[in-house]
Design a protein around this ligand. Structure first.
Ligand code: 3PG
Ligand code: MG
Length: 401
């Protein structure tokens, strides 16, 4: 991270006892649609080092975050209340929950904090100002938030690519530092943008080519191999002239994928076989078929075993690996083997390995893989991709000033 950015240790050295410290965290965790329970608490655990240090130092800690994408007004399904409960369990201390973000409840909750106590404000995105494109509207909301802190800590790595009030405008109003998580994420990812040890192999999955196009463009000149699976592989297979049945296809991207393939000088590896099913359902009839023989009535929901073997061979040579995006519909056991196989291959290399993304990190844990066998599991999906693209990230830029 640029030397001009101060971090949590600098703030702690000044002394924070009795001072109100506003922490932007990314507590955007997946919730079970039926029960509303937290299905993966990785992002809550990731922010504990920063919160623990502030509590220890006697700060009055005011935490804020977004959850999901509510539309600028309160929406109970996106309440952070369950997160406050889980955060309290993990900190082994009560977390005082405000039922609004900058209103009556938030003011009273923050005022009542004593040294070493923690409050969590309700979802930032219940307020239009948080995500507004209008500088004045965002600024007015940032004024209200900034009033809750005497210093600001950004530990929301997963949101640093968003030009939002709590990420971009609050640090302009308060003394600001990077938290432990943001610092570690940037240290690790900068090893990939600098001079990665070679071979450098990147594995990309997920459903849409259009989401990944910028990162593919940026990575192609840097990597030795780019392995592509997930829903987006079908647009590439189509560009190679194969029929893909009813698989996910971005018709308007076929030409772009064709151009990428011809410029890639053989660096891009595509599936040679896929698991094709009758329907997008856990119990759908399915078979492994060659990538150039997908039946017209079937859709590919995973990469096949020969592909896993090929990807494993490429990964076994690697000295640096970055992986973002599942290889198939890993939430359904019948279509989880590709993601599991690639994840296992990554854990077996002696490369420096980085898993990027909320979804891929959740996949690692959902598949029961040992998190400690990866070099680093990033909490940021979009954020880590935009970092690798070399884009200016509003949340990091704001800490530099
Ligand atoms: C994420 O889950 O990628 C981050 O929390 C950012 O959320 P967003 O994509 O809704 O801005
Ligand atoms: Mg996202």
């Amino acid at each position: 991270m640029s030397a001009s950015i101060r971090n949590l240790d600098d703030l702690l050295a000044e002394g924070v006892s009795g001072r109100r410290v506003l922490v932007r965290a990314d507590l955007n965790v997946p919730l079970d649609k039926q029960t509303g329970e937290i299905t993966d608490d990785g992002r809550i655990r990731a922010v504990l080092p920063t919160l623990g240090a502030l509590v220890q130092a006697g700060a009055k800690v005011v935490v804020c975050s977004h959850l999901g994408r509510p539309k600028g007004a309160p929406d109970p399904q996106y309440s952070l209340r369950p997160v406050a409960g889980r955060l309290g369990e993990l900190l082994d201390a009560p977390v005082h929950f405000a039922t609004d973000t900058v209103g009556e409840s938030a003011r009273a909750t923050v005022d009542a904090l004593t040294d070493g106590q923690v409050a969590l404000l309700e979802n930032l995105r219940f307020n239009k100002g948080e995500t507004s494109k209008d500088d004045t509207e965002r600024g007015a909301f940032a004024d209200q938030l900034a009033a809750f802190g005497e210093a600001y800590v950004d530990d929301a790595f997963g949101a640093v690519h968003r030009k939002h009030a709590s990420v971009h405008d609050v640090p302009a109003r308060l003394p600001h530092v990077a938290g432990r998580l943001v610092l570690r994420e940037v240290e690790v990812l900068s090893r990939l943008t600098g001079e990665p040890e070679r071979p450098y192999v990147v594995v990309l999955g997920g459903s849409k080519v259009s989401d990944k196009l910028a990162v593919i463009e940026a990575l192609l000149p840097k990597v030795d191999r780019l392995l592509i699976g997930g829903g987006m592989c079908f647009t590439f297979l189509k560009a190679q002239g194969h029929e893909v049945g009813t698989s996910l296809l971005e018709e308007e991207m076929v030409e772009t994928c064709g151009n990428l393939l011809s410029r890639a000088e053989g660096k891009i590896l595509l599936p040679v076989d896929v698991v094709a099913a009758d329907a997008f359902a856990p119990d759908a009839a399915h078979d492994t078929v060659p990538a150039d023989g997908i039946p017209s009535h079937r859709l590919g929901l995973d990469i096949g075993p020969e592909t896993v073997a090929g990807f494993t061979a490429a990964l076994s040579q690697a000295k640096t690996v970055f992986w973002n995006g599942p290889m198939g519909v890993f939430e359904m056991p019948a279509f989880a083997n590709g993601t599991r196989g690639v994840a296992e291959a990554i854990t077996k290399t002696d490369a420096f390995t980085v898993v990027g993304g909320g979804d891929s990190a959740a996949a690692v844990r959902a598949l029961g893989l040992d998190e400690s066998s990866f070099g680093h599991i990033s909490t940021g999906g979009g954020a880590s991709l935009e970092y690798l693209e070399g884009k200016t990230l509003p949340g990091i830029a704001a800490l530099e000033n």
